[in-house]
Ligand binder design. Structure first.
Ligand SMILES: [Zn+2]
Length: 465
């Protein structure tokens, strides 16, 4: 698509970032004249090794996009340009209001002192008028079931490699029923990804808060939530964001909590505002064991947080980023965003690297499934069914975060059904873990994260705490 355009340079600003003093955001205001139909904001800097700067633009009417390229070194150029009917990657299309605009440089971290140049060009553009495509796609389908999908994936609108269409294509190729696109900061990929939905693939609009002390996925949003929570002393903190997500009917979840400098350090988070927690992250290696232990701590403190998986895919066909190697499986009323969010909120969910699970608990004639609470009256009988075991598996039942019992199952394509009775039932929760069976002795070993096959969510027992 060619456009005739005349650019007028409005502003050139120079500045510098350095490790100290620690500055989280740099703000530059500029004025956009009347009659502007194309705006271009470009940040240029030279990066030797570790200097992560992200560019965002805000107009008088609000947020207009973010550009990042954290993997690059050398001469970095981050550009956001847009107008009615067109936008560069990361940017939101729309008319250009005249008045005071703001460029924000998010200094995620820097070990270097680096000079930067911020250029604002305002002008006119004649783009072929693109009639907004009527959104006629069907997002999912009715019918209750256990659906498997991905809750953590990126496109080239943030730091992923592929387009939204390519990510959706990979999701279908690898057998996913649903996909949450969690680009960093920006909603610019939402129109493209929702256009890829269909009866066979439900799309959830999500966003990854990419803060200086941790990352959080926000699922089921209808509009952008301001993810910039690192201005010291600002009332717009991590709890304000989590509440804003809930106001939209969405869910707030903590990602890769032990990922070193990208790990979770927002100690002020009110964990009762946390809906989901990544208990299995496909790139996090041994940190998965720490995530699981920390989650048990939340559960033991009475927070009913749903454990989920994340591939954190930045390239849907590549290595451990390839979609479809780990799933979050949701027991949903329908394969729709609303049905899937309902299942996540309720805890009808498990993490799987292959097998399928059925898991219920029974006491005094009452039955509860994952996410539900079983009133205690005498012994508890757990019913565990596992199918699709490609490997001999060791299955653990965990009770209130501690080992309860384990048993070994052979590889089988048929469902293996197991019943376990616990005569010593106490308030709390049971959950199930399955691992490809190790060679170790029976008395120790078996919960090695790298052999993970399946992690259930809890069935709760007893009254509310
Ligand atoms: Zn992240």
């Amino acid at each position: 698509m060619t456009a005739t355009q005349q650019q007028t340079t409005v502003t050139e600003l120079r500045g510098q970032v350095s490790p100290l003093p620690r500055v989280h955001y740099l703000h530059h205001e500029f004025e956009v004249p009347d009659g502007t139909t194309r705006l271009s904001v470009t940040l240029r800097f030279h990066k030797l090794r570790r200097c992560q700067l992200f560019l965002s633009v805000f107009g008088p009417g609000g947020y207009r996009g973010t550009r990042m390229n954290p993997g690059a070194v050398g001469d970095i150029v981050l550009e956001l340009s847009f107008g009615e009917g067109f936008a560069s990657l990361g940017a939101l299309p729309g008319s250009i209001e005249s008045g005071i605009w703001r460029a924000q440089i998010d200094v995620e971290n820097t070990d270097e002192t680096a000079d930067y140049l911020l250029t604002v060009e305002a002008g006119t553009a004649e783009h072929p008028a693109e009639a907004p495509a009527a959104n006629t796609v069907t997002n999912g389908r009715p019918g209750a079931g256990w659906y498997r999908g991905e809750l953590h994936s990126h496109t080239h609108h943030s730091d992923g490699k592929a387009s939204a269409a390519a990510v959706a294509g990979a999701a279908r190729q690898y057998g996913l029923d649903f996909l949450a696109l969690t680009d960093h900061f920006t909603t610019s990929s939402w129109p493209e990804i929702t256009a890829q939905a269909g009866p066979d693939l439900a799309i959830i609009q999500s966003l990854e808060l990419t803060g200086h002390r941790g990352h959080a996925n926000m699922h089921g949003l209808s509009e952008w939530v301001n993810p910039f929570v690192d201005e010291p002393g600002s009332v717009w903190d991590i709890n304000a964001v989590a509440r804003a997500v809930r106001v939209q009917g969405g869910l707030f979840g903590v990602n890769h909590a032990f990922s070193n400098s990208l790990g979770w350090r927002y100690h002020e988070l009110d964990w009762s505002l946390c809906d989901v927690f990544e208990i299995y992250h496909h790139l996090e290696g041994p940190n998965n064991a720490a995530q699981l232990s920390f989650w048990d701590g939340l559960l033991r403190a009475g927070h009913r947080v749903t454990g989920v998986a994340g591939t954190d895919s930045h390239d849907p066909h590549a290595g451990r980023h390839r979609l479809g190697q780990v799933f979050t499986v949701l027991g949903a009323d329908s394969l729709t965003p609303g049905g899937l969010l309902g299942a996540l909120r309720a805890g009808r969910a498990y993490v799987s690297l292959g097998p399928e699970l059925s898991f219920t608990a029974e006491a005094g004639g009452k039955v509860a499934g994952m996410g539900e609470e079983l009133p205690l009256s005498g012994p508890v009988r757990l019913h565990i069914g596992l199918s699709g075991l490609a490997f001999p598996a060791r299955v653990f039942v965990m009770k209130n975060g501690l080992y309860h019992t384990h048993l070994d199952l052979p590889a089988s394509s048929d469902e293996a059904r197991v019943e376990i009775e616990d005569a010593d039932s106490i308030p709390g929760y049971y959950r199930v873990e399955a691992y490809a069976r190790p060679a170790q002795s029976d008395s120790s070993g078996g919960r090695e994260w790298q052999n993970t096959l399946l992690l259930s969510n809890p069935i709760y027992t007893g009254g509310p705490k």
